[in-house]
Design a protein around this ligand. Sequence first.
Ligand code: BGC
Length: 247
Amino acid sequence: MAKAIGVDIGGTGIKAGVVDLEHGTLESDRIRIPTPKGAKPADVLETVKQVLSTLGVQDSRLPLGVAFPAIVKHGRTLSAANIAKDWIDFEAERFFEDGLGRQITFVNDADAAGVAESRHGAARDARGLTILATLGTGIGSAFLYNGVLVPNTELGHLDFRGESIEKWAAYSAMERDQLDWAEWSARLQDFFSHVEFLFSPDLFVVGGGVSKHPEKFLPLLDLKTPIVAAVHRNSSGIIGAASLAAD
Ligand code: BGC
């Protein structure tokens, strides 16, 4: 069976697992260690090492993919919205390869989630343009056209009243501004209506932890495009990173 390792670096936790690439399922336990405070590169590397040693996979021939919440172009991180500024213009892939002593593939977290949903989840066999949006601390996005990823779309940074729209509409805004589901959904409506007008997608997929409760907010949205919850939720970053590493 084809296998690969996926690591998903998030604002609060660093997660990893071994992925069965044919079925897009976790083949191991899902390991999670809290993200070190400040999330500086050297500390994140140490935690990734711990996660991998807890996972206990020694075979360095298995492809290893790492998903990260920033623009990632040719292995270089170019932005830092909810993480330490040290990651801006940083050779992240090379840094992790040197630190781990093996080859890796470094990708954006929402792109990884999009690939997982396209190959093994809610957008499987979807034709035309699928847009996945992850709603968490920020908003991440992935564009898949007939299953092919167009990376680094960063829709969470569309401008809304002079700020990134993720500040207004991410799931974190619900807690911060003490919104109920209807109030938060009205903000999501601003986001999805604008994206729908700009790109005329064929399918929206919503990921992130909140996709566990789709019944609370998806029915409140008024869109022409079908909108569904992601299937893999907490594991989509792991599954997608592993899949991309094996390509
Ligand atoms: C970052 C994206 C990331 C998203 C979700 C945004 O703030 O700019 O790169 O995909 O958060 O983590």
